[in-house]
Ligand binder design. Structure first.
Ligand code: UTP
Ligand code: MN
Length: 592
């Protein structure tokens, strides 16, 4: 294989914009060039090419990469062929044969990945077989039968059973010559304190989690009864599984999603399975976590028309409204199907059957309306309640970048609350520094809370599109300061990239991720940022950095107040003095 410096040499000599521009028509818009995506059918262009970063990305179908990836996809070539093709154009001579440590590392990683997938497959088959066994699988089969899952269906979906023996899977893997430390990384077995391993999943119905390609990347295990401490246990994140970037059922649902032009998002494995069994098969579920940006990006590649179907209880309503910011940040407004209290999609479809259930999908409201209705219910329709409700809804309006969208929902909010639209618009008009920098929508200031507009996210996004600022910022902050997993991953990549090259090379960084989803996410972040004044960007970055580096002191300050109160109650005067001293010092630093 070719080494990195040759590949970089080729890239440096060819302009990705000219190369692609000779094949499809591109128009300059802002920093990027824009055209119709050659990889999916579209009427409005969402295919972006960046000269500066030497990458392309389609916001419609998620396709993207560097020039090599474009050639492979567009000309239908394998990697070596694409390299030869581009080397000829670039006038770069290729060595006849070459082996180097970088590739050895890639190969080892690839081999490990393959092993991991294979181990999960072995486990999946083992669980499936156990479910079919006389005696051993009886209770589990009975349970699934009672929940209305047919025999054919559970075979089709590779449902299984992990028995209660503590070591049957461990022994089976051993017999198959599986390295148990790898199985341990995948969360299938755990290390004993003494020596050896034991089964992680016990007495559970097993749901294999698959990638869009159908590879088994993890498992969810449901306790057979209701008496277990944890109803579900799920595989931990690993080399092949990231729960915030995977959803249950996507490989099976993908054709139906494309066909029907929308996707239903439910909360649980059983909800997804139940609907699928009824033939409502454009359905997926996140895995033991709230919805994340990663989920939306993944699912959004198949359709951006989304229908949320959460449980019809308070928790379900809260879960739905909490996702509003996420969806606005992602740039699509989902619809919500509100289920009656006490029902979830699984129970509902069983109760009323496919037809009645499907008719619910014609009685949807937008998530924004659902949110506002819920605010009114909570705050009341008296004047004070309405003012409070508007106060809570306006920040979401401000997040909407698209003026048409903004206008439509401002009107809805005004009419639902019986106020003048002009007043709502006025309230939503304030601009913050972050909004002027174009990284976050109008009126939103990055904060420390999690979510799309957290200081960490905003900072990483700002840096992805202004990578020349990375070295300077990393003098003040280190990857360890990031708590959001995704941000920390990118920060670590920045740090490595800087160490290796002395500067940031976004294209190179993306091609080294070794994780297609992460690469796509970084690409789309790097491409998304609109033009902004340098001052605004610098100011925004400064704000975010200072929020993040002062966080520990802030948190300590908060806990100190509690401790002081406790020490006072205990009449521990010397402790109070000590704490007050620490508090003063912290307060000094906080503003410094
Ligand atoms: P639910 O409690 O609604 O479960 O949790 P469910 O899918 O409807 O399952 P049944 O009908 O009781 O069998 C929704 C999702 O939350 C995650 C799982 O992904 C589950 O499908 N979850 C729930 C966990 O990860 N751990 C838990 O202990 C509970
Ligand atoms: Mn349920």
């Amino acid at each position: 294989m070719y080494n990195k410096s040759i590949l970089t040499d080729i890239k440096d000599r060819i302009s990705i914009v000219s190369y692609i521009g000779e094949r499809i028509s591109l128009k300059k818009t802002g920093r990027n060039f824009l055209g119709l995506c050659p990889f999916h059918n579209e009427k409005t262009p969402s295919f972006n090419v960046s000269e500066e970063k030497q990458i392309y990305h389609c916001f419609g179908c998620g396709a993207g990469g560097d020039i090599f990836e474009f050639v492979m996809k567009f000309e239908n070539q394998e990697f070596p062929e694409a390299v030869r093709h581009l080397a000829t154009i670039a006038g770069v001579a290729l060595p006849v044969f070459e082996k180097n440590p970088d590739n050895a590392e890639d190969e080892a990683r690839l081999r490990k990945r393959k092993w991991c997938l294979r181990i999960n497959e072995i486990a999946r088959d083992f669980f499936a077989e156990a479910l079919g066994k006389r005696e051993l699988g009886n209770d589990a089969r009975e349970y699934l039968k009672n929940r209305g899952i047919s025999k054919e269906f559970l075979t089709q979906h590779f449902l299984g059973f992990a028995d209660n023996s503590w070591d049957s899977l461990t022994l089976h893997l051993e017999a198959k010559k599986v390295p148990l430390e790898l199985a341990c990384e995948l969360g299938l077995v755990r290390k004993r304190d003494t020596s050896g391993y034991y089964d992680f999943f016990r007495n559970r119905i097993m749901f294999p989690i698959t990638s869009p390609r159908g590879d088994v990347i993890g498992f969810g295990g449901r306790a057979l009864g209701e008496d277990e401490q944890a109803k579900y246990m799920n595989s931990p994140d690993s080399l092949i599984y990231h729960k915030s970037g995977s959803v249950y059922g996507l490989d099976k649902a993908a054709p139906a999603i494309r066909d029907k032009g929308f996707v239903i998002l439910v909360e649980g494995y059983m909800d997804a399975l139940s609907l699928m069994q009824e033939g409502i098969d454009n359905v997926v579920a996140p895995l033991g976590t709230a919805l994340t940006e990663g989920h939306l990006r993944l699912v959004g590649r198949y359709s951006r028309n989304m229908v949320l179907m959460f449980d019809g209880d308070e928790a379900g309503i809260r879960a739905a409204t909490r996702t509003l910011e996420l969806f606005i940040g992602f740039g699509t407004m989902p619809k919500v199907v509100a289920l009656p209290p006490g029902e979830d999609p699984d129970s509902m479809v069983k109760k009323e059957g496919k037809k009645a259930f499907e008719s619910r999908m014609t009685e949807t409201v937008s998530l924004f309306e659902f949110f506002v209705d819920n605010l009114v219910r909570q705050k009341g329709f008296d004047p004070a309640g309405r003012v409070a409700a508007i106060g809570e809804a306006v920040p979401f309006l401000r997040m909407m970048k698209n003026p048409v969208e903004h206008g439509v929902y401002a009107k809805i909010l005004a009419s639902k609350l019986g106020v003048d639209e002009a007043d709502v618009r006025k309230a939503a008009a304030a601009k913050t520094r972050a909004a002027k920098a174009g990284i976050v929508p109008d009126g939103v200031a990055p904060g420390l809370s999690e979510g799309v507009f957290s200081a960490e996210r905003v900072l990483v996004r700002a840096l992805l599109s202004n990578s020349e600022l990375v070295p300077e910022v990393f003098e003040k902050i280190s990857p360890d300061d990031f708590r959001d997993e995704w941000c920390r991953t990118v920060a670590l990549m920045f740090a490595r990239n800087m160490k290796e090259k002395g500067k940031i090379d976004i294209g190179g960084l993306i091609s080294e991720t070794g994780d297609a989803l992460l690469a796509a996410q970084i690409r789309s972040e790097a491409m998304q940022a609109p033009e902004a004044e340098e001052d605004e960007i610098l100011g925004l970055i400064k704000d975010c950095v200072s929020l993040i580096v002062r966080r520990p002191a802030k948190e300590r300050l908060k806990s100190i107040n509690d401790e002081i109160r406790r020490a006072e109650l205990d009449d521990d005067e010397s402790r109070v003095v000590e704490l007050l001293k620490e508090k003063n010092e912290l307060a000094l630093h906080k503003n410094g």
